[in-house]
Design a protein around this ligand. Structure first.
Ligand code: RTP
Ligand code: MG
Length: 141
């Protein structure tokens, strides 16, 4: 089992619902540690850059509008197989299709307002962590 790091974002809808702690409890309960954290409201440029891979998709404007609509919590999670473990906890992109007991099934309202983001592979995790945490403020323990 590999120790990995992944980028996690609690999106504006979940921050507005005041369920940050409930979501982080699930990460901690699954053995994932928070090793870096920031609360911020993304600029359009930051959100567009972060989701650049989706720039040509029809939902891109809605995605960016949503991601800048309020503050987000950005963390780096560390643990065994952290990337897949985090995605499993999140559930499917569309909450209607998300398995019972996943974060999106429990806290998300729609495919746009879907509560959380998680890196989907080792390469994207490395890029996304560097995007939001360019400095050395990551605390392994
Ligand atoms: P995320 O990147 O936010 O963790 O979500 P994901 O991997 O589960 O989904 P992804 O395909 O990367 O899409 C990024 C976000 O774009 C919105 N989306 N809308 N209307 C649609 O068909 C559609 N597809 C994707 C979602 O809000 C998704 O989280
Ligand atoms: Mg994605």
């Amino acid at each position: 089992m590999a120790i990995e790091r992944t980028l996690s974002i609690i999106k504006p809808d979940a921050v507005a619902k005041n369920v940050i702690g409930q979501i982080y409890s699930r990460f901690e309960g699954a053995g994932l540690k928070i090793v870096a954290a920031r609360m911020t409201q993304l600029s359009r440029a930051e959100a567009e850059g972060f989701y650049a891979v989706h720039a040509a998709r029809p939902f891109f404007k809605d995605l960016v509008d949503f991601m800048v609509s309020g503050p987000v919590m950005i963390t780096v999670l560390e643990g065994e197989n952290a990337i897949a473990a985090h995605r499993d906890l999140m559930g499917a992109t569309d909450p209607k299709k998300a398995e019972k007991g996943t974060i999106r099934a429990d806290f998300a309202d729609s495919i746009d307002a879907n509560a959380v983001h998680g890196s989907d592979a080792a390469e994207t995790a490395a890029t996304e962590i560097a995007y939001y945490f360019p400095a050395l403020n990551v605390y392994s323990r």
